[in-house]
Design a protein around this ligand. Structure first.
Ligand code: AMP
Length: 249
């Protein structure tokens, strides 16, 4: 079975994001980038499927400028077998990503496509769902457990107040949630080996997809600064302030 994993390059989640002075977006120049954390979980899950003998090949796909090849290399160093880079310098919005991934899926014919439940830069949480819709495939989102069967998969999902278990027929699109697994670090020998693994390059035009942005970003603003707190001397004073100043009790 072949597994396709989508890996997005985003601002490293440990970096404090800064809004550009002209409010047209966030600063990405000279900012540390990393693989979207939910996609690391996707790569890890695919590797575990191969280790369990249920997957034979793992293909990591990323869409974006030349630098996304670093993200593909990270996936290769973790254990993916080969990469596909869909090269574009345009802003890739979820619908464009879904259309491009659909074209790659039609070429590669995987049995499972794993995406993150959301990219931590745009927080859209849309690409997996749109991809499944465009392909007409089953989908299971926010997976916290995947058990592959014969021609199907049992997926446990985190829902409000509990867990839901779905059975989907393959091929299917699955999106990862935080508790699915803990991704491994790439070892130094594997980082070296990954340099020799192939990355195929293609453009949206090669795939016959118009990836032009459909949404216009109006502006991005910083959240309001938090006001400084005050120290109270006693519980009685706290209760008094909550009742008479904040008026919340
Ligand atoms: P989003 O819908 O933007 O929150 O992204 C959800 C998931 O779609 C991500 O975790 C990735 O797995 C995938 N994805 C979105 N954009 C890209 C991209 N440019 N390259 C590769 N994968 C992507």
């Amino acid at each position: 079975m072949k597994v396709l994993v989508a890996v997005k390059r985003v601002i490293d989640p440990n970096v404090k994001v800064r809004v550009k002075a002209d409010q047209t977006g966030v600063e990405t120049a000279n900012v540390k980038m990393a693989m979207n954390p939910f996609d690391e979980i996707g790569v890890e899950e695919a590797i575990r499927m191969r280790e369990a003998g249920t997957a034979e090949e793992i293909v990591a796909v990323s869409i974006g400028a030349r630098q996304v090849q670093e993200t593909i290399r990270t996936a290769l160093a973790m254990g993916a077998d080969r990469g596909i880079h869909v090269a574009t310098d345009e802003d890739v919005q979820p619908l464009a990503a879904a259309k491009l991934l659909k074209a790659v899926v039609e070429k590669e014919q995987p049995q499972i496509v794993i995406l993150g439940k959301q990219a931590v830069d745009d927080d859209a949480g849309q690409t997996g769902q749109m991809l499944a819709g465009l392909l007409g495939w089953s989908q299971a989102t926010f997976a916290s457990k995947i058990v592959l069967g014969n021609g199907d998969a049992e997926i446990t999902r985190e829902v409000d107040g509990g867990l839901e278990t779905l059975k989907v027929s393959l091929p299917a699109v699955v999106t990862t949630d935080l508790r699915l697994n803990e991704p491994r670090y790439a070892s130094l020998p594997n980082i070296m080996k990954a340099k020799k693994k192939p990355i195929e390059e293609m453009t949206p035009a090669d795939l016959g997809v118009d990836a032009a942005p459909r949404l216009k970003l109006v502006k991005v603003v910083e959240p309001p600064k938090r006001k400084a707190g005050v120290k109270v001397e006693s519980v009685a004073e706290l209760v008094d302030k909550l009742r008479n100043e904040a008026k919340v009790i």
